[in-house]
Design a protein around this ligand. Structure first.
Ligand code: HEM
Length: 449
């Protein structure tokens, strides 16, 4: 039984300032440094009690067994409330239960299958614009693709060329910046607040009439917005107001599109760096698809594609860190965390523990081979988090990314220039510091050449 735990140190010492400076300079380096000091540490962050947890059994306690004693922390709730109100990502208690119950069915297997043709068609449309030899900003291209798919699949409209689509992109950018910094009140008369409010007003001008129209015709539509409106009609709690529906719509974009796009970008980069993985993946895709368009049953015939994607999310998880606040005192490993303690769980460091992932820096999709994957403790691998707050969109994202990758790799091989240095950094999520420009080469021309 642990009664006392170590206080973590940084190169600049154990003080609050030392920790903040190390975090600000390089969050990923900071987390890796913590992981070397232990798997359960106290962090002197000047916010009451704060802890770093990096072991699967403790993660299981926090995210599953004692999950009801934890909430999303203040910074997430405050920033969201300030700008677009609570939603399924930020809320807790009764509101969260109502919202989760309404949203989850939108991501059930049969509904997902209905989105597959949108995912294939949009990916084909994107690559049909590519010219062999062209250098593409891959995160930007993937964000454009994902935004198109998300808006079409979930809300029945492709908003990319609409001013509302552009406003969503800008709003999410500004919102992520807010979450990675000190939370400033929305009433402060500063340019970034004006801009956020301006973007929200543009989105609102689009969403309000759309919601009003769906109130009349929801039975004829088969998308998430119509599901939310149907659920509103049956809601007895009074929590599912029109404003709440708007919050959810915005949140589903905020939660889904940027993380999916960066996961795709990281996977394309990792494939380009591992020729043996690339060759095996291309071979699987060629065997199963040849030149025809992908259909849902094909996904089951492509296990290596899924292994590659899972290994990419292990090595470069887009969600660097998940945080929670204790709503009451919690006992972990015999140690009592006081009420209001903050807890940080980092998929980034958990995924690099050599006990669970031998040769952790190696890119080895075999770890996720169906015959080996049971060796990985469930709470050591958290790309979508775990427990009751596991990502609602995980099956949607997994299906979309497999379709996007298979369709891209059917025709194209992507490469980076020899001078390119990949460097991940943390800004709310993991991103490539130097961008990720990749050259697209037509595969059949490559083979002929
Ligand atoms: C590769 C893509 C994705 C990754 C890596 C990812 C990751 C995550 C993670 C780690 C969480 C938990 C965060 C926490 O507890 O603090 C989460 C929650 C969530 N995600 Fe995702 N996500 C992805 C795609 C999506 C998509 C496509 C959607 C919806 C369209 C979505 C909707 C949500 C929602 C609504 C939550 C909040 C769930 C709750 O709190 O009950 N995500 N996601």
């Amino acid at each position: 039984m642990v009664q006392n735990i170590l206080t973590a140190t940084t190169p600049a010492g154990k003080t609050y300032r030392g920790h903040l400076r190390a975090m600000r300079q390089d969050m990923i380096g900071y987390l890796e440094n913590l992981a070397q000091q232990g798997d359960f540490l106290r962090l002197p962050l000047g916010l009451g009690s704060a802890y770093f947890v990096n072991s699967p059994d403790l993660v299981q306690e926090i995210l599953l067994k004692q999950a009801r004693k934890f909430q999303k922390p203040f910074i997430v709730k405050y920033t969201a409330k300030e700008f677009f109100g609570e939603n399924v990502f930020t809320s807790d208690g009764e509101l969260w239960q109502v919202l989760r119950a309404v949203i989850q069915p939108a991501f059930h297997a049969q509904r997902l299958n209905a989105y597959a043709s949108i995912m294939v068609d949009y990916t084909k449309a994107m690559i049909s614009q590519w010219q062999p030899g062209q250098v593409i900003d891959i995160p930007k291209a993937m964000m454009n693709l994902t935004l198109g798919i998300t808006t079409k699949a979930l809300f029945g409209q492709d908003l990319r060329d609409d001013v509302a689509g552009q406003a969503i992109i800008r709003f999410i950018e500004l919102f992520s910046q807010r979450l990675s910094r000190f939370p400033l009140p929305a009433w402060l008369p500063i340019p970034s607040n004006w801009e956020i409010k301006r973007q929200i007003a543009i989105i609102d001008r689009h969403l309000s009439p759309l919601i009003a129209e769906r109130h009349q015709f929801f039975a004829e539509q088969d998308d998430v917005l119509s599901m939310l409106i149907q659920a509103q009609a049956a809601d007895t709690t009074g929590l599912l107001t029109n404003q709440q529906i708007k919050n959810e719509v915005l949140n589903l974009f905020a939660a889904g599109y940027e993380v999916t796009a960066h996961t795709l970008a990281f996977t394309l980069y990792l494939i380009s760096q591992h020729p043996e993985v690339e060759a095996r993946l291309f071979d699987e895709i060629d065997q199963v698809l040849g030149q025809r368009a992908l259909a849902v049953p094909d996904l089951e015939q492509m296990p290596y594609l899924e292994m590659v994607l899972k290994e990419s999310m292990r090595l470069l998880p887009v969600t660097t860190v998940v945080s929670r606040k204790a709503t009451e005192k919690v006992v972990l490993k015999g140690y009592t965390l006081p009420k209001n303690s903050l807890v940080f769980i980092a998929p980034w460091t958990l995924h690099r523990c050599p006990e669970y992932f031998p040769n952790p820096l190696g890119f080895d999709p075999e770890r996720f081979h169906p015959d080996h994957k049971d060796k990985i403790p469930k709470f050591a691998y958290l790309p979508f988090s775990a427990g009751p707050r596991i990502c609602t969109g995980n099956a949607f994202a997994m299906m979309q990314m497999r379709i996007n990758l298979a369709t891209i790799c059917q025709d194209y091989r992507l490469t980076v220039t020899p001078e390119y240095q990949f460097e991940p950094f943390h800004s709310f999520n993991t991103r490539p510091k130097n961008g990720l420009p990749m050259t697209v080469n037509y595969r059949t021309l490559d083979l002929k050449g």
